[in-house]
Ligand binder design. Structure first.
Ligand code: ZN
Ligand code: ZN
Length: 247
């Protein structure tokens, strides 16, 4: 219930436009003085304008008229398409993890400006694994502990790791004097252990990330990555590239 007061009768819970006392007052004037009465005319004009703007309102997703976001058929279809692609994307991504031997508990050696660093992977940022959130380079979000500064900076840090095989190839290229096997994956979980780290809900795109992407706006959580059809279409045209880049 609104705490604002009606500007006509000063009661709470409604506005002047829907005030029963005001409407009765107008209808009484209409009966006594006709439609040309100034108050009646003003009331009718406001009502007409309101109806007109409701008719001209566009769907916030597809920008077409005649329906709202809640009943938008295009939005419903795009959500399902997004989910279908996401299932494929995540399956590819998980297969790539298995191929790389990367999972929670993996030890990875990374080259940071010529310095070799050891990262212990605690967990994957699995909510980030979505095809429309294309990373600038093939990378995986992880929570990791840099073993070098585990004492100075204890705690877990989020960051993006390159695929360990790419790290090794880059080290081979950049440091021909060093042993390449000192880079990339040094040890990690088995295939079944990696696969067990992901839930069916996540694999099936039922973990809420699709719904979050299509979020229009709200005070809590904010806007998603695909709030309007134009943005969805833009990413959609690139979705095949996103899928093959995981491989
Ligand atoms: Zn009132
Ligand atoms: Zn629509």
């Amino acid at each position: 219930m609104s705490y604002r007061r009606c500007s006509f009768c000063h009661e709470r819970g409604h506005t002047k436009a829907s005030c029963p006392t005001y409407i009765a007052h107008i209808e009484r004037r209409r009966a006594n003085y006709g439609d040309d009465d100034w108050h009646v005319k003003n009331y009718d004009a406001k009502k007409r304008k309101k109806a007109e703007s409701a008719k001209n309102r566009k769907c916030s997703y597809c920008r077409e008229g005649g329906h709202t976001r809640r009943t938008c058929a295009a939005l419903k279809a795009d959500i399902e398409t997004t989910r279908e692609i996401l299932v494929e994307f995540r399956r590819n991504w998980l297969n790539r993890l298995v191929e790389e031997g990367l999972g929670n508990g993996a030890l990875v050696a990374v080259d940071v400006w010529g310095e070799r660093r050891l990262y212990f992977v605690r967990s994957m940022l699995t909510r980030d694994v979505v095809w429309w959130n294309k990373p600038t380079r093939p990378a995986i979000g992880v929570k990791r502990q840099d073993l070098r500064d585990a004492i100075q900076r204890p705690g877990w840090h989020e960051n993006r790791l390159a695929w360990p095989s790419a790290t090794r190839r880059a080290a081979e290229r950049n440091h021909p004097d060093r042993d390449p096997s000192l880079y990339g994956l040094l040890g990690g979980p088995s295939e079944s252990q990696i696969r067990a780290q992901f839930t069916d809900a996540w694999l099936n795109g039922q973990d809420g990330s699709v719904e979050a992407a299509f979020k229009w706006s709200s005070r809590k959580g904010g806007r998603g990555a695909l709030p309007v059809k134009a943005e969805f279409d833009w990413h959609m045209r690139r979705s095949r590239d996103y899928l093959t880049e995981v491989r």
